[in-house]
Design a protein around this ligand. Sequence first.
Ligand SMILES: [Zn+2]
Length: 740
Amino acid sequence: MKLAALVLLVLACGVVHAGDDILGFDAPASAAERALEAEFDANIDAGVMDSWLKSLSARPHHLSSQADKANAEFIAELLDSWGYDTEIVQYQVLFPTPRVREVELVAPTRFVAGLTEESLAEDPSTAVRDTLLPPYNAFSIDGEVEAELVFVNYGIPEDYEMLERYGIDVAGKIAIAKYGGSWRGIKPKLAGEKGAVGTLIYSDPADDGYGVGDVYPKGPFKNDSGVQRGSVMDMPTYPGDVLTPGRGATANAKRLRREDAPTITKIPVLPLSYRDALPLLAAMGGEVVPQEWRGDLPITYHLGPGPARVHMKVAFDRNLVSIYNVIARLEGSAWPDEWVIRGNHHDAWNDGAADPLSGLVATLAEARAVAVLAKAGHPPLRTIIYAAWDGEEPGLIGSTEWAEDHADALKQHAVAYLNTDGSSRGFMNIGGSHVLEHYLNQVTAELDDPLAGVTLKERRRDYLLVNGNDKKKAEARDRQDLRIAPLGSGSDYTPFLQHLGVASANFGFGGEAQDGSYHTLYDTYEHYTKFRDPGLVYGATLARVTGRATLRLANAPRLPFDFGGFADNIALYVGELEELADNMRTQTEETNKLVVDGTFTAALDPNKSLGPPATREAVPYFNFAPLKNALRRLQLAADAFGEAAAAGDASDDEINSLLYTSERLLTRDEGLKGRKWYKHFIYAPGYYTGYGVKTIPGVREAIEQRDYPEVEPQIGVAAEVLNRMAERIELLAERLGKES
Ligand SMILES: [Zn+2]
């Protein structure tokens, strides 16, 4: 007890010495682990990473291309040569590639969109295009439509509320939307729900082009022919192969009929460069767009509809193709049945130097250094599985199919899943399960930023102290651990975390190099090494971060899970939910009053078509008590666990199993309402944001979507999930208390 109090006191003072024990290790084990990590660091070689980056990015290597298969074989050979038990695991999945892409302005003037990106003399990689897929949005439905254009800004829910006030309906029209503001797949999804017959998505130079900085090749930003490709599959419903939701797409798997796949868009969609979008937007009439909707093209932006009329036609070849996941296993010497899984995808839309190879070569460097330690007599105590996923770009397909195929084994054996994807330079961004927050803070507190001369953790803290809002500044000052972000979606952690309930984390450097090359022809070796991470110094640091994260999970006598940070983040979310409901209630009341008594209309320009918003149903008061009681129990349990854990080093197989399966308790078999594939009740991608996270999603989305009768039942479900977690933590505290 005394020792616990002392430890708590030290933590409260925010003092962390390099000599402090690593979470899950006692003092001698910590010293041994740190010595091992120093050896690991010495085996990370940025020069070797650079050579892999160059060869893997030499050609476009999208799913189903020859280069994709060749890269999988190259990666498998490396892992095999280092001593991993390596296999290439195949699945058969539906993958659409474009056969017809046409966009033509037919009135009031004529213009045929080129829909192509230009090779650049300054970047020889952009001339290698024999296996290049042209710009398109994967999982658009086939279609041919002709209709007037409506400008929908980013095409997110609030934009349609604004259009309604202008009396503009997209029904029967083609919606033209800017990239940004949400994940791209939301744009055709919402436009389709509103009755539009087609969607065009373009990158405005204000967001990604000359409005932000110099364009490629002079600078990193999008030039006038660059087009962001990408999937528009309805991933917030379920990711992975569209024909085999919830099961592995093995050769004999039961499949949906292609016409029944619910995650293919309902209306045709194509992406455009700003060069192709300009004549379309210039031909539009109607009301001038609101100030905050304007972009940086040299025109006055109008809402439409029309008189610009566009004919668009898209058709796709939809073939079942093989995907090639590389799975490499290093057996644990003490606990082989506990698996630490570490993955990064290998497929790319084009050359993919940044996305995904910058993360992949760090993963490979890590795997090589781990293998060197094993050969020198220090094999991991738990089994480590390295995965290079195929088919991430079209919709997290490789990881999802593998996770679905091995669901039962993973639920039993997976300790955690650690993910990387494209990485750049700047700050170490970590998102993940909050049971991992403290252990991950220990990792970033022990490694230096390669250029700034302070630790990764200090640098982030300094950034928050300078740039954060008042709340973030106060936290950066007073909270010992920096918060890790909750995970939404956008990379391969999704099937592990949100479908199976495996505690997960995602790592990447970013914030100080812009990504105008994202999903374009220009995501090349030249672009990456000139503008993103010259010398791969941040890439080498990434390998050290994830290497420590992997090794500590693999070697910790007691798994480094902790619940204080988890409870504290849940408290934050519960507070946010109450605030959300309160703010919506006040705003709805105020706006309704101004609309009903005519104030709103009187304040508007009578010569313009912008009208008042529609009145809304009043927001009722909700009973958050079940959630708050569950939170209180969770906090008390987390405190008890923290004391018991600090008091001794007790660990055994059962304690470790209780620790790593705790995340499973946050899932429920029946899944989220209307999207049962998503089973995690604390973290989910937003149904109308795509990648953006919704924490405690059942409750939050019911409030946001004004589905009031659903709010209290969802509060009950969330409380039940948290009570189960609290019960597990209480049990752990009791077990640790007994054995210490
Ligand atoms: Zn990626």
